[in-house]
Design a protein. Structure first.
Length: 471
């Protein structure tokens, strides 16, 4: 009899064991009704809250315990219009469908088949569309952008101009519609080593423009920031705040402001300790300058203000303009300058030769050949007036030049041309800097000019006139 009982006991235990194994490998349901916890009530009351919230296991919204996906983390992705729960590392997505009294209904909206290709991916909402960026799976990281297809209920790849590889340091601004990646983390266990050029390119900063669906370079990660990142042994727990995110590195809080390209470091030890004690940053979100922490065991919230006064601005930016091509730009500019100065030098030499040629030509001529008749008449009149310490008025010049009956505009032009011509020829003949004829305002009527020959040039022009007469 005891033998029979033992047989039945063994059978019962085996049945129970198979039931547990089957439960561990059961799939998730498509619809769940979950209790509206204080946590859910709070985030639903903030209708315009835009946040990604990593949940602790005791605050999971989808009851996955006892299924194959029980160990997977869960994340809330929310904006003002939608609230989703993502089962991490799977691509499974549940959407908040309705609220009934104290219950909230979540419905699974995807038909994902492939999983574990997007471990650690970054999920975000843009124009009511759900996106997934990067991740690790099948022995390597990827920099793919995936968009959830609501018709096919699958994730579609979004073709890009580059593949920028994902890491923990990434932040999306729904306001700017940009995804910032300050540097890349390339993992590929299928390669013995990463080529040097690819390794160095990891330090280039990019942003993804969601409007244009294209990546753009921002610059190169500042060397001081590289040192900070090098000290980060556990790049997890990023808290999105206004214009960037908070991150704990070596028991200190850093605020990376991607919009303004600035880095801040906490100067309050109690502020640092507060966050370090909550290092995982689960059940945490920022809303309108307040950071909310939820404790599932008590159902209570705790909040702390996010104040810039708790931080100091570091002296270096996140990224700097990439100077890798500066040497080529400098070479081109230097080449242009050399060509410019060489061209200018030869132009000056040619001009000097022309001037010397004209000078020799003019000096070889008589003054009568250098100046035309009206020019000689004007010089004679001005010379006689200068010797008498007098000046010549405009109407006298007009009379000598034969333009006294012309209109004022033409008179002015002819006077200017003749006087400028005389001065140019005179300077070439004398090889000196001074003009022959100058003008001043009349003392009794400043509206009009008077003309005369410079006193320093009287003797020189007399020599030229006498030489002319002798010839």
């Amino acid at each position: 009899m005891s033998c029979v009982k033992n047989i039945f006991l063994i059978i019962f235990l085996n049945i129970l064991g198979f039931a547990q194994i089957n439960a561990q490998h059961s799939e998730l349901d498509t619809v769940y009704f979950v209790k509206k916890t204080p946590f859910l009530q709070k985030i639903l009351s903030f209708q315009d809250l835009d946040a990604n919230i990593n949940l602790s296991p005791d605050n999971y919204l989808i009851p996955a315990q006892g299924t194959l996906y029980g160990p997977n983390g869960q994340e809330i992705i929310k904006d003002k219009n939608n609230l989703y729960v993502n089962i991490q590392q799977t691509g499974f997505v549940y959407q908040l469908f309705s609220q009934k009294d104290s219950l909230v209904e979540f419905r699974r909206i995807d038909r994902t088949i492939n999983i574990n290709y997007n471990i650690g991916c970054y999920n975000f909402l843009h124009e009511d569309q759900l996106y997934s960026y990067g991740g690790y799976g099948f022995w390597k990281t990827n920099g793919h952008i995936r968009q959830f297809n609501v018709i096919d209920k699958q994730w579609d790849i979004v073709p890009m101009n580059y593949e920028i590889f994902s890491n923990g340091y990434r932040w999306y601004s729904s306001e700017a519609e940009k995804l910032f990646v300050p540097f890349q983390l390339i993992l590929n266990t299928g390669l013995k080593f990463i080529p040097e050029n690819e390794f160095e390119s990891q330090w280039i900063s990019y942003y993804l423009d969601l409007k244009q669906k294209a990546w753009f370079k921002l610059g190169k990660l500042d060397p001081s920031v590289r040192k900070i990142f090098g000290q980060d042994k556990n790049p997890t727990a990023f808290l999105s705040v206004k214009n960037g995110f908070l991150h704990i590195i070596n028991d200190e809080i850093y605020y990376f402001n991607f919009i303004d390209n600035k880095i801040y470091k906490s100067i309050k030890s109690d502020y640092n300790q507060f966050f370090v004690r909550r290092f995982a940053l689960r059940n945490v979100f920022e809303y309108k300058g307040q950071i909310y922490f939820y404790y599932p065991s008590s159902g209570q919230f705790e909040s702390v203000a996010f104040k810039l006064s708790n931080f100091e601005l570091l002296k270096f930016p996140i990224w700097r303009r990439d100077t890798g091509s500066d040497k080529y730009v400098a070479f081109i500019l230097l080449f242009i300058l050399i060509v410019f100065f060489i061209t200018r030098y030869f132009k000056q030499k040619i001009q000097q030769r022309i001037v010397l040629s004209q000078l020799k030509h003019l000096k070889a001529k008589s003054v009568g050949q250098a100046f035309v008749g009206t020019e000689i008449s004007l010089i004679d009149m001005l010379l006689q007036a200068s010797l008498a310490n007098e000046k010549i008025e405009i109407h006298q010049i007009n009379h000598v030049l034969g333009i006294k009956d012309k209109n004022v505009g033409l008179q002015k032009k002819v006077r200017s041309d003749v006087i400028n011509g005389i001065n140019d020829k005179y300077q070439i003949i004398t090889n000196g800097p001074n003009p022959l004829i100058v003008s001043v305002r009349k003392e009794d009527d400043k509206r009009f000019l008077e003309y005369f020959i410079l006193a320093s040039e009287v003797k020189e022009i007399q020599k030229i006139i006498n030489k002319s007469k002798a010839n």
